[in-house]
Design a protein around this ligand. Sequence first.
Ligand SMILES: Nc1ncnc2c1ncn2[C@@H]1O[C@H](COP(=O)(O)OP(=O)(O)OP(=O)(O)O)[C@@H](O)[C@H]1O
Ligand SMILES: [Mg+2]
Length: 282
Amino acid sequence: MITVEQLSYAYPGGLRAVREVSFQVNAGEVLGFLGPSGAGKSTTQKVLVGLLSPYQGEVHVLGRSLRGQGPEYYEQIGVGFELPNHFAKLTALENLRFFASFYARTTDPRELLARVGLADAADQRVEQFSKGMKMRLNFVRAMLHDPPVLFLDEPTSGLDPANARLLKDIIVEQREQGKCIFLTTHNMHDAEEVCDRVAFMVGGEIRRIGPPKELRAQSDVRRVSVAYREDGEVRTAEFPLDGIGDDVSFRKLLREREIVSLHSLEPSLEDVFLQVTGRRLT
Ligand SMILES: Nc1ncnc2c1ncn2[C@@H]1O[C@H](COP(=O)(O)OP(=O)(O)OP(=O)(O)O)[C@@H](O)[C@H]1O
Ligand SMILES: [Mg+2]
């Protein structure tokens, strides 16, 4: 549903924030974009939703080139921006009704507000909203017209775990309905939980892309965890799995201590990210 080939974008007078990026997102799939601050994630989203041009490369959404798209494009896509931008003097419901007026067909705004725990705040002015409330309003606004393609830029950022859960459940539900979802996040756990595939972006480039499980399985940063008894206490030590047979301290431990347990540790997505990019996420 989204096909991106060799996409590059440079801000006027700035460096290339996106560099020859290629990927696809299918129907019923969530693609997660992960990367440190400044990697180019939001810029990629802004190009794909038609906010930044000119760009190099090709973008097709629902079989049509982005270059030829007119206002009807916005009937097909829902966009959740990184920073919520609402009308502060209007209530949550008024905000949604205003945005609903741009679309041919919309779902019931009150129902959407209820889904994200904002039913009681529907008639409250947005200027009185907390950050998390604004984020949730921002999220449902993207889904107002039930579009087949969703772009969500850090939708769970700054949310408490219970509200983040609500949003993740809705994302998964949207995927199950066959929606195509482009999701940016800093959160590895969220990415593992809701993304079918993740792309690691650094310096405007995609360094690796694939299902989280596969990326972890392909990684050679596997380690072995050993629990052993020493002075009556259980302690643990970790060793790289590669070359473990020749690891002197590992062999010494096996020989000299009582071993309580021994198991291999799967690398976390963050381990893989660090290995691939040499960078931490934030
Ligand atoms: N309006 C702009 N004008 C010029 N440069 C910009 C503009 N917006 C972003 N940039 C630059 O483009 C690069 C990518 O920024 P972008 O916002 O896409 O990063 P990001 O991956 O979304 O980061 P974050 O995780 O902090 O949201 C950065 O170097 C940033 O400074
Ligand atoms: Mg961003």
